[in-house]
Design a protein around this ligand. Structure first.
Ligand SMILES: [Zn+2]
Length: 504
């Protein structure tokens, strides 16, 4: 009897796993790039690994018939909803998406429900009911309890065995639901760090001025044509005489989470902890009467929340995105958000947190700006040729050039200044290194930094522009940014000095 149970139940579980792999796992991978056999094999390996997890989970779910009759339809409904939105809207469940969904009006929600979703739900619910029927009629009873214990043990062992597999599983159904709910609840109770305010020594900010802080990502200075790079990567900005590039900025951090708090606070190389203990320049702009707006095209990242909370307004371009998605993820999505605020007040600070030159490069470049080809064809950067990697990377710089030009177009008739700075550089194969966050990689420590100012700004502060042009080839650490952006808007923070300020 027990052997009979074991065989038929395993067969039942395999059928259930085949269904959930086809309907819930594969949709998660359809937009993964598969340029060659190696990447095809890698995607297939991921699908099989996640499919095995579904097999183990379904083995446990189906064990007790009556529990199965309740749980399996729920599994089908949640799986169908997740896979539908993953396929059609390229979104996966995140805590921020849960938050957005919980605060969405019924009318907005109705806009994303379609007849295809209903049909997809009916199909999967139908399959789950067939499986329940088979479970009641075909699999013998009673069932040995140790099968259940073993199944449960295998689920936990499998998901914790390999860290890389665990992170792949957490991003996908069904674990993305449990993890997102747990994280969402934890976020609701998060304590904000207690930070002090740096002193504003002087505030002579004008009544009308727009300051746009663009926080870039992984764009290195030496790939800007503005800085002498031989490829034409900055066709728009190179033609302008109101753009100044700083080619010799040094970042001591090579990863976003270390770098951004250092850039936007009074932290410097001698006082790095200030990044954790003080407010950023955003609070000082707020004190000086600016309307402060933080617009993010990044994933939600906890270390930035305290700074974002300093702003009057915080908006994400898309609350649902995950780095594992391969759909387009473009910084230009920030622009419509900018447009909604421009007319609201004459004295504004924007912080635009961008995706910039982050891997995967091609997903952050619009199709019309694929200037250098061939581009990367494999999601594992090492499987691409050096030429493909550089081409794709340089296209992100061309895209940045167009993005900054698009911001200029919006503000050129106002007294306005843009201070762009990338958080760090990027390795493009030097010493076998790729991407960033490698502490000893010099090529990751020279981020791009660009300033643009309008004519009205230049007539408001001719001395600052004169100083900027004189200083532009000097060496600065990213420490300059905090003091300079305040000074650019007519303010002076405690600790300001000529060595830390590009406008003095
Ligand atoms: Zn970064």
């Amino acid at each position: 009897m027990f052997r009979k149970f074991g065989q038929t139940y395993l067969f039942w579980s395999l059928c259930a796993a085949l269904w959930s792999t086809l309907c819930f796992v594969i949709p998660d991978f359809v937009d993964n790039p598969v340029g060659n056999w190696i990447s095809l094999f890698s995607v297939a390996a991921y699908i099989v690994s996640v499919g095995i997890f579904h097999l183990l989970v379904l083995y446990v779910i189906g064990f007790y018939r009556y529990a199965c009759a309740v749980l399996l339809p729920l599994y089908a409904i949640a799986g169908a909803v997740c896979s539908y939105y993953r396929l059609i809207y390229h979104v996966s469940i995140t805590p921020l998406l849960l938050d957005a969904a919980l605060h969405t009006h019924a009318r907005e929600a109705a806009g994303v429900v379609s007849v295809w979703l209903v049909l997809w739900l009916i199909l999967n619910l139908g399959i789950s009911i067939l499986l329940i029927r088979a479970r009641f009629r075909r699999v013998a009873q009673p069932v040995p309890f140790w099968h259940f214990c073993l199944g449960l043990l295998l689920v936990f062992a499998y998901m914790n065995a390999i860290p890389r597999l665990k992170s792949a599983l957490i991003m996908r159904y069904p674990l993305n639901i449990t993890y997102s709910i747990a994280e969402y609840i934890a976020d609701l109770n998060r304590p904000l760090p207690v930070r002090t305010y740096p002193a504003l020594v002087a505030d002579n900010s004008p009544d009308s001025i727009f300051v746009i802080a663009v926080l870039g990502e992984a764009t290195r200075a030496d790939h800007l044509h503005l800085n002498g790079y031989d490829r034409e990567t900055t066709p728009c900005l190179s033609r302008r005489n109101d753009v100044v590039s700083l080619p010799h900025v040094y970042s001591q951090y090579t990863h976003t989470i270390g770098s951004i708090p250092h850039i936007i606070t009074r932290a410097d190389s001698a006082n790095v902890d200030v990044a954790n203990s003080e407010h950023s320049f955003v609070s000082l702009f707020g004190q000086a009467g600016f309307n402060t707006i933080w617009l993010s095209n990044k994933n939600q990242t906890k270390p930035f929340w305290a700074f974002m909370d300093e702003s009057d307004t915080v908006l994400y371009t898309d609350a649902a995105r995950k780095q594992a998605l391969y759909a387009k993820w473009l910084d230009e999505d920030l622009l419509p958000l900018v447009d909604t605020f421009i007319a609201q007040s004459p004295k504004q600070l924007y912080v635009l947190h961008t995706m910039g030159s982050h891997w995967m490069y091609d997903t952050h470049v619009s199709d019309d700006l694929f200037t250098f080809t061939p581009t990367t064809s494999n999601r594992d950067i090492r499987q691409n040729t050096k030429e493909q990697i550089i081409n794709s990377y340089d296209n992100t710089v061309v895209y940045l050039d167009a993005f900054i030009q698009a911001i200029i177009n919006r503000f050129e008739h106002y007294p306005a200044i843009i201070l762009y700075i990338s958080d760090h550089g990027e390795s493009l194969g030097e010493g076998g290194r790729y991407l960033h966050a490698q502490e000893d990689a010099e090529e990751e420590k020279y981020p791009a930094a660009i300033i643009w100012y309008s004519d009205k700004y230049a007539s408001l502060y001719p001395d600052k522009i004169k100083a900027l042009i004189q200083n532009k080839d000097k060496r600065y650490r990213t420490d300059y940014y905090f003091y300079s952006i305040l000074y650019a808007a007519g303010m002076e923070a405690e600790g300001d000095c000529p060595e830390m300020n590009i406008f003095r």
